[in-house]
Design a protein around this ligand. Structure first.
Ligand code: 13P
Length: 251
């Protein structure tokens, strides 16, 4: 039985003051939920604040990206070990915004995925198709290619220590999420593709759905058999929205 998980992706939002209010709300609101896993992925400068406030709580914290190199002359980059220094346990890899706006490719995402694993961070690996790709019936091809970029390089075993996320680009930052049936169809595709390599790993790997998850639609999405929780953007910025989503995951 897979344990459900909800990850908040704050993207480039927040301030010390806003984060304090949000994290206090999450600590209080999630305190009694013990049947699912909760993570917040903050902008780099606020990871220390998340660590200071969330230590000892049932909420883990992580980053939204990392550099695949260990150290060196790489101005502006953040090494995996630095995230570990600040208590991070998770890191988002290959988010569609990084792919679209920061030249992330299958190759660079795979390198970051591996760098995360090497320091013991759990990568949350994002996949998803654009509206045009879906309309051209390319969803399986695109998502399959993104998944294969990991499995071909590193083998299916790495998915024992990773989380997968399906985020259709057309539902990210949109008015409506994918329908539960659309999400289930792609999650089922992803799981079956992993199962071609290893059925045990496929049965255990968590596949999160992301894209306009909100309190009122979380139950129908998380109720699908292969949807193991959510990767939440906007609704993770307000405790009054994130907590009810976590409650749904907690069951
Ligand atoms: P929204 O929940 O704001 O649509 O963002 C989803 C997302 O990109 C999470 O990584």
């Amino acid at each position: 039985m897979r344990r459900k998980m909800v990850v908040g992706n704050w993207k480039m939002n927040g301030s010390i003051k806003q984060n304090e209010i949000l994290l206090q709300g999450l600590i209080a609101g999630l305190r009694d939920l013990h049947d699912a896993d909760f993570v917040v992925c903050t902008p780099y400068p606020y990871i220390g604040q998340a660590q200071a406030m969330l230590q000892g709580s049932n909420i883990a914290w992580g980053a939204q990206n990392l550099c695949s190199a260990k150290d060196g002359a790489l101005t502006g980059a953040v090494a995996p070990s630095m995230l570990v220094d600040y208590g991070c346990t998770h890191v988002i890899i290959g988010h569609s915004e990084r792919r679209a706006l920061f030249n992330e490719t299958d190759d660079t995402a795979a390198a970051r995925f591996n760098a995360a694993l090497e320091v013991g961070l759990i990568p949350i690996f994002c996949m998803g198709e654009s509206r045009e790709e879906r309309d051209s019936d390319w969803t399986d091809y695109i998502v399959g290619r993104q998944l294969d970029s990991i499995i071909r390089r590193f083998g299916p075993e790495v998915l024992k220590n990773a989380v997968l996320a399906y985020e259709p680009l057309w539902a990210v930052g949109a008015d409506e999420p994918a329908t539960p049936e659309q999400a289930q169809e792609v999650h089922d595709f992803i799981r079956k593709r992993v199962a071609r390599c290893d059925t045990g790993i496929a049965a255990n790997v968590r596949i999160l759905y992301g894209g306009s998850v909100r309190p009122h639609n979380a139950a129908s999405l998380f109720g699908m058999p292969d949807v193991d929780g959510g990767l939440v953007g906007r609704a993770s910025l307000v405790a009054e929205k994130f907590v009810p989503i976590c409650e749904v995951a907690n069951g």
